[in-house]
Design a protein around this ligand. Structure first.
Ligand SMILES: Cc1cc2nc3c(=O)[nH]c(=O)nc-3n(C[C@H](O)[C@H](O)[C@H](O)COP(=O)(O)OP(=O)(O)OC[C@H]3O[C@@H](n4cnc5c(N)ncnc54)[C@H](O)[C@@H]3O)c2cc1C
Length: 306
């Protein structure tokens, strides 16, 4: 494993002990002989590290050592929804991660950059059993994404990963219910594909909200999993189906307590997972709290920068 750390500034994770915000200073790297819990988390705020190196625990201990980050290469990219692109990278030798974690990618010699710098954090959309790494992003018109979209295949980037604790709980007696929408699907794809691959036995329901089917990345893949895996249910809902070019026969409207109750007998039984831009996560937490779900049973991954 290249690095192991649970949290990094700029994101909020709520585990079984409730919400907490990571604002530590330090490195995300684990020293040999230490555990992930021993290591401090990254000191770098989102997108401000100008170089693809980072300070290690050695330096915090007063010893000088800077570790170059491992390199990855862009292998392929293609559209996965309107305005949304998946990027495939090679998996460096020895690199391991858990489904649901994320990675920081640094452009090494970008043709342009801006105040946000050459680094972005993206959830690992790939499942760990898959041979390549995948990142998926909304292609907004920012310097980083303009460069990424046009990067020649084979270009090297620095990879700083894995980070995060937005991973599936162990107790299979408790269902896992994901509430997500739009780009928030990225860690969910990784988790549900890995769970199906490993036959973990979890009952998993994914509520996936988008304006139109055209906006919903991995919709066909997840629908196929729904049809072939009895432990997995996809509840895709469209909030603006009338604007779609495609026919839509599924759920419509925002996810609310009534929709949840149609698919979940006991709303207090599952562990809930919320992922996506902060406003979306806040809204979904509100839905769950209104439905009587305790914060202890809600885990979140907020995508800062949206
Ligand atoms: C744990 C974690 C996981 C993440 N996973 C993903 C992921 O899987 N996929 C993903 O796409 N992102 C993910 N993000 C967010 C990602 O790191 C970037 O912040 C995000 O993609 C925005 O990058 P950007 O280059 O578009 O904007 P930036 O250049 O970073 O923009 C920064 C600021 O400018 C504003 N801004 C820029 N462009 C626009 C615009 N067109 N309209 C309105 N405001 C704008 C933003 O609101 C923000 O305040 C994740 C973040 C975290 C913390």
């Amino acid at each position: 494993m290249i690095a192991a750390s649970n949290e990094r500034p700029g994101r909020v994770t709520a585990g079984t002990s409730g919400s907490r915000t990571a604002d530590h200073q330090g490195s995300g790297h684990t020293e040999p002989g230490t555990t992930a819990a021993d290591a401090s988390v990254s000191a770098r705020p989102h997108g401000v590290d100008p170089t693809p190196t980072r300070v290690t625990a050695h330096e915090r201990l007063g010893r000088s050592k800077t570790v170059s980050l491992p390199r990855t290469r862009l292998l392929e990219r293609h559209d996965v929804a309107d305005g949304t692109m998946a990027f495939y990278f090679d998996k460096p030798a020895g690199f391991e991660y858990k489904a649901g974690q994320f990675a920081d990618y640094t452009l090494l010699d970008p043709t342009e950059t801006d105040g946000e710098g050459p680094t972005r954090g993206f959830s690992l959309t790939s499942a760990p059993y898959e041979p390549r790494l995948m990142a998926t992003t909304r292609l907004r018109d920012t310097a980083f994404k303009r460069v990424l979209k046009n990067l020649p295949i084979g270009t090297e980037l620095a990879l700083d990963a894995p980070y995060g604790s937005f991973t599936l709980h162990h107790n299979v007696a408790r269902p896992a219910v994901f509430l997500t929408g739009g780009i928030g699907i990225t860690p969910v794809r990784s988790i549900v594909l890995q769970a199906a691959h490993d036959r973990t036995g979890h009952t998993i329901i994914v509520f996936y909200s988008n304006k139109r089917p055209e906006d919903a990345a991995f919709l066909d893949e997840l629908s196929m999993l729904d049809q072939t895996n009895e432990d997995f249910t996809l509840v895709a809902t469209m909030t603006r189906p009338e604007t779609s070019r495609r026919r839509w026969d599924g759920e419509t409207g925002h996810v609310d307590g009534a929709m949840l109750a149609r698919y979940i007998d006991d709303l207090t039984a599952p562990i809930y997972y919320l992922s996506g831009p902060a406003a979306m996560v806040t809204a979904m937490r509100g839905v769950l709290n209104t439905a009587g779900v305790d914060d202890d049973d809600i885990r979140t991954e907020e995508f800062t920068g949206y």
